[in-house]
Design a protein around this ligand. Structure first.
Ligand code: GUN
Length: 281
């Protein structure tokens, strides 16, 4: 079964639109997300376009602030501080990656925890690991939603996460653990990776290498979640981290690229923006 993140996110966005439509009467305004886009990287421009469309579909007010590649770190941090102080702004997202002369860590920690819709702020990350209320990073949150919607039972399962980034690998492992899965975190340098992935009843791959996971690495009946967004070196088309065509017949459920995890990330960003708005009321 192919799990469509596109369909699930459309359903969830329609529900959010209904909720947001009640806000003007209740709170006198709708949530407001500000996205800062530095430079013209085509990938980043396309991500930001997706976010704008999702805001429009859910009725969330959105402002995109575009800055040239040449903006200094101090200028960017000053802009973020200004938005932190602006009561009409509920969520702030700075599109990553940033030019090399700007510290992503400094940018992330300058966004106030309360407006950090990405869930990247160290205080949100710490709160997640301490089981305190927090904003959960969008991709990990979307993955758990997808698994549940597909009817995959997580509790008691052996889950393997390939990838250990702060943005996906580590938080998704933590969320699976909180759902009572037994979790192994592997990576591109794991010795005999196939012997580890064979044990996976749930396999999450977030490594950023086209078709890194081959059919011989996956056991019959596994639920396979592909977080990769890569360009196929041969065809130039979008492809995931798993060899979809070869693995789909073996998997109980699998996410396609595009149309799997990606739309869920943006959907959860809308949800996080609404949550930040409601916490500030
Ligand atoms: N670049 C690619 N994905 C993301 C994301 O989820 N958040 C931010 N801020 N930048 C990204």
């Amino acid at each position: 079964m192919i799990i469509s993140g596109k369909e699930l996110s459309a359903t969830l966005k329609a529900q959010m639109a209904e909720t947001v439509a009640t806000f003007p009467e209740k709170y006198g305004r709708v949530p407001h997300l500000v996205v800062i886009l530095v430079g013209n990287d085509p990938g980043s421009v396309s991500y930001v376009t997706g976010k704008v469309k999702a805001c429009e579909a859910t009725g969330i007010k959105n402002t995109t602030i575009r800055k040239p590649e040449t903006i200094t770190e101090d200028e960017l941090l000053a802009l973020i501080r200004e938005l932190n102080e602006d009561d009409s702004v509920d969520g702030i997202l700075v599109q990553l990656p940033l030019p090399k002369h700007i510290s992503e860590a400094k940018v992330i920690e300058t966004i106030s925890k309360e407006k950090d819709v990405d869930g990247f702020h160290p205080l949100n990350v710490a709160a997640l690991w301490q089981k305190q209320p927090c904003t959960v990073a969008c991709t990990p949150k979307g993955i758990i939603r997808l698994l549940k919607a597909a009817g995959v039972q997580i509790a008691g399962k052996r889950a393997v996460v390939i990838g250990r980034s702060n943005i996906v690998g580590l938080p998704v492992a933590k969320l699976l653990l909180d759902e009572n899965a037994t979790v192994t975190i592997a990576h591109s340098r794991t010795a005999d990776l196939a012997s580890v992935t064979h044990s996976a009843e749930i396999l999450v791959v977030a490594i950023g290498k086209p078709r890194f996971v081959t059919a011989d690495m996956v056991s019959e009946g596994a639920a396979v979640i592909d977080v990769g967004v890569n360009r196929d070196p041969q065809t130039g088309k979008l492809c995931g981290d798993v060899d979809f065509e070869a693995i789909e017949p073996k998997a109980s459920v699998i996410t396609p690229v595009p149309g799997g995890v990606g739309p869920m990330t943006i959907c959860c960003l809308m949800e996080n923006t609404i949550e930040c708005f409601l916490r500030r009321q």
